[in-house]
Design a protein around this ligand. Structure first.
Ligand SMILES: Cc1cc2nc3c(=O)[nH]c(=O)nc-3n(C[C@H](O)[C@H](O)[C@H](O)COP(=O)(O)O)c2cc1C
Length: 163
């Protein structure tokens, strides 16, 4: 059975909820195995074993989270030239922006020759103060619905063999 791998990192819970919503959407497609894996535990063998990917990260300091970058740093060269053409999607949880984290992931995915098959989903929490930024996050239903949709669409494409 083809596997969809969802790699995520989350400091205050927002990205985790987004990744879980994408996994729930993907699991609506019965023909696909869905694996949700924290970036700290994910490595090149996990990337090679899957047929499609969702990368989910907070935007921190105008970049993807360091733990997510560490996953890509450890995985990039062992996987290079071995995953070309596989589909991927991106989820970013941000305070007010998120675009640069999307760009960074797209650049790495281009290096891997992955195929973007869904528009990136950015959910903005609008946290502005230090206290609000460090507080636990609750992602609203419309944001979760977009993540769920992205998960389902990638899983369906994989199951139907159109990617
Ligand atoms: C150290 C730090 C830096 C941040 N920098 C940015 C930023 O550059 N742009 C932005 O939109 N949000 C920024 N944020 C806000 C987070 O993206 C936001 O709180 C988001 O909910 C984090 O996702 P998480 O709940 O999965 O950890 C920052 C948060 C932290 C803790």
């Amino acid at each position: 059975m083809s596997e969809l791998l969802i790699v995520f990192h989350s400091l205050t819970g927002g990205t985790r909820q987004m990744a879980e919503a994408a996994a729930a959407g993907a699991r609506e497609e019965v023909g696909i195995a869905v694996r949700l894996l924290a970036a700290a535990r994910a490595g090149p063998e996990d990337v090679l074993a899957a047929r499609g990917y969702i990368f989910a990260t907070p935007e921190n300091l105008a970049a993807m989270a360091g733990m997510m970058k560490d996953f890509f740093d450890r995985s990039y060269y062992p996987v290079l030239d071995r995953v070309a053409g596989r589909p991927y999607g991106t989820l970013v949880c941000a305070g007010s922006d998120g675009e640069n984290a999307v760009r960074q992931i797209a650049r790495i995915a281009t290096g891997w020759r992955l195929r973007p098959v869904a528009d990136p989903v950015i959910v903005r929490t609008r946290a502005q103060t230090a206290e609000a930024i460090m507080a636990p996050k609750i992602i609203p239903p419309d944001g979760l619905a977009k993540c769920r949709e992205l998960g389902l669409s990638i899983a369906t494409g994989l199951a139907m063999g159109i990617f």
